[in-house]
Design a protein around this ligand. Structure first.
Ligand SMILES: [Ca+2]
Ligand SMILES: [Ca+2]
Ligand SMILES: [Ca+2]
Length: 141
């Protein structure tokens, strides 16, 4: 039984592509904790935009480049750079190579159906499962 457990654990680590062996759910939990800065169980659009500016945007041009995003994400959540790369392209809604508040607007609009500027943690987790490359298992490899 012990050997099977260890083997399963190793397989899990190998397939997660995360250098710390974190599952997508564990990564999402870390992201949610970082985003919900006042720990009230909801993520506001303001919190999302603050995270974009304080963590991801580094050089003051109001554009989170793929490089800026990848560097911070890999350092913080330990996903593989290729995974982060694809994730960036998925959330760069208008495809201009920048994450900016207009991209946040679009994504938050899909989360926040009644437009009150608030998303619950579960809503955000669901969004992350759709947006993160490891949330879709249709393509194998
Ligand atoms: Ca909050
Ligand atoms: Ca920048
Ligand atoms: Ca963009």
């Amino acid at each position: 039984m012990g050997i099977i457990f260890i083997f399963t654990l190793l397989l899990g680590v190998a397939s997660s592509q995360n250098s710390h062996g974190l599952t997508l759910d564990q990564v999402i939990d870390l992201v949610v904790t970082d985003l919900d800065k006042n720990h009230d169980g909801i993520i506001t659009k303001l919190e999302l935009e603050e995270e974009l500016v304080t963590r991801w945007e580094q050089d003051g041009d109001n554009c989170v480049s793929r490089h800026e995003f990848e560097k911070q994400w890999v350092a913080t959540y330990h996903d593989h750079p290729n995974t982060v790369n694809e994730f960036f392209h998925r959330i760069d809604q208008n495809g201009n190579g920048c994450l900016e508040s207009s991209d946040i607007d679009v994504h938050f609009g899909t989360l926040d159906t009644n437009g009150d500027g608030i998303a619950t943690l579960d809503e955000f987790r669901t969004f992350m499962h759709h947006a993160h490359p490891e949330g879709n298992h249709g393509h194998g490899g």
